[in-house]
Design a protein around this ligand. Structure first.
Ligand code: HEC
Ligand code: HEC
Ligand code: HEC
Ligand code: HEC
Ligand code: HEC
Length: 234
């Protein structure tokens, strides 16, 4: 817990009242920052640039796989958000002929062509964020272990606007680390959110085949989700 009570706090008595006051302001400020619903609050849904990006259309209706855009997610701890070129590939003038004649569609996607022509990036506002005193959260490890996006982000493919579906609190992380049999799916199914939802709900309801599948995955994948503090904290 050296981050919360760093060594220099031992000097506080000698620094005296002013130092003490500064510290309490820092603590209150820190609490205010972390406790206010800026980040990681269930339901958190900031306003996005342009008209925003719609997962319900792209991942749901058009059936695009998450990895088409979140390309590095299986190799990297960090999940990446796609750059403008990924969007431009489909949304350049003349590409989506079916929609090009619709003024509404043209207007709604104009911000993509505008950003591309200026070589600018679209400043998507980040939604999910764990505090800095938690080590880099490893996406790649979880996906290879058979943990689906569904368990942590919900049915993104049905969301017109992404919102935080889970609390991302410490007890939430640990609840899963202690109960793999309730959460694991075959690693090649992690982005198939509809399949995963049915499977995990069946398991929760005690449906025999689904319960056995959970046990089978625990036996074959042999994961070891950590519960020691150092795994997640510096
Ligand atoms: C066509 C590209 C595309 C596809 C396909 C796509 N995404 Fe996204 N995703 C984005 C963009 C752009 C953003 C940033 C804008 C936003 O948050 O809505 C984003 C944001 C997110 C976020 C929130 C990131 C944050 O700021 O915390 C999550 C979670 C996410 N996507 C999960 C998924 C999942 C799960 C799938 C597959 C079911 C998926 N995405 C498919 C483009 C895509
Ligand atoms: C594989 C092709 C493809 C890619 C890549 C793609 N889109 Fe689309 N997008 C479409 C199609 C097709 C539609 C029209 C779907 C419909 O209306 O049914 C659409 C619709 C839209 C709309 C209009 C939504 C609405 O409410 O009508 C926006 C905005 C949009 N896309 C933004 C983006 C952004 C931002 C990206 C990059 C992160 C992106 N798209 C990547 C194919 C794509
Ligand atoms: C075990 C839980 C878990 C799983 C599984 C998971 N995520 Fe995440 N995701 C998180 C957490 C926690 C964060 C915040 C990470 C941080 O602050 O470093 C996050 C952040 C993100 C972000 C925002 C990254 C950024 O820098 O803006 C995107 C995009 C994302 N996830 C997409 C996905 C996609 C797509 C999948 C499935 C292929 C997925 N996630 C699977 C827990 C998960
Ligand atoms: C839905 C289930 C689930 C949730 C939620 C979850 N994890 Fe995990 N996590 C796992 C599993 C399963 C493993 C085991 C991976 C292995 O052994 O290969 C794991 C492994 C890890 C590891 C070890 C990585 C390594 O390199 O071995 C860390 C660190 C970790 N998780 C952090 C977190 C944090 C932080 C959160 C919350 C923000 C979280 N996890 C939420 C299922 C989950
Ligand atoms: C699986 C990952 C994981 C493990 C293991 C873990 N933590 Fe955490 N811890 C977190 C996350 C994520 C947060 C941030 C919670 C939030 O933002 O609400 C956190 C927050 C905290 C906080 C800040 C206060 C709070 O509750 O928000 C303390 C103190 C803490 N952890 C101590 C510990 C100690 C002591 C251990 C060992 C017994 C431990 N943690 C093990 C993930 C973990």
């Amino acid at each position: 817990m050296s981050v919360i009570f760093p060594k220099w706090t031992n000097l506080l008595p000698t620094i005296g009242a002013i130092g003490g006051l500064a510290l309490s302001c820092g603590v209150i400020g820190g609490f205010w920052y972390y406790a206010t619903p800026k980040f990681w609050r269930v339901g958190y849904m900031p306003k996005q640039p342009g008209g925003g990006f719609n997962h319900q259309i792209h991942a749901g209706k058009l059936g695009m796989d998450c990895r088409y855009c979140h390309t590095h997610i299986e190799e990297s701890p960090e999940a990446n958000v796609p750059n403008v070129a990924t969007c431009y590939g489909c949304h350049q003038a003349g590409s989506l002929l079916l929609y090009d004649t619709s003024e509404t569609h043209k207007n709604k996607t104009e911000f993509i062509r505008e950003a591309y022509s200026k070589d600018a990036s679209i400043e998507w506002r980040r939604i999910h964020k764990v505090p800095d005193y938690v080590r880099n959260f490893p996406h790649n490890v979880h996906l290879h272990a058979g943990v689906s996006c569904y368990s942590c982000h919900g049915r993104i493919d049905t969301m017109p606007v992404v919102y935080e579906h889970e609390p991302l609190s410490m007890s939430w992380c640990l609840n899963c680390h202690r109960a793999s049999e309730k959460n694991l799916v075959p690693p090649d199914k992690v982005t198939n959110l509809a399949w995963v939802e049915t499977q995990l709900k069946d398991r929760e309801n005690g449906q025999a085949a689904a319960v056995n599948e959970g046990k089978r995955l625990v036996d074959t994948l042999k994961n070891a989700p950590p519960q020691n503090c150092g795994a997640c904290h510096y």
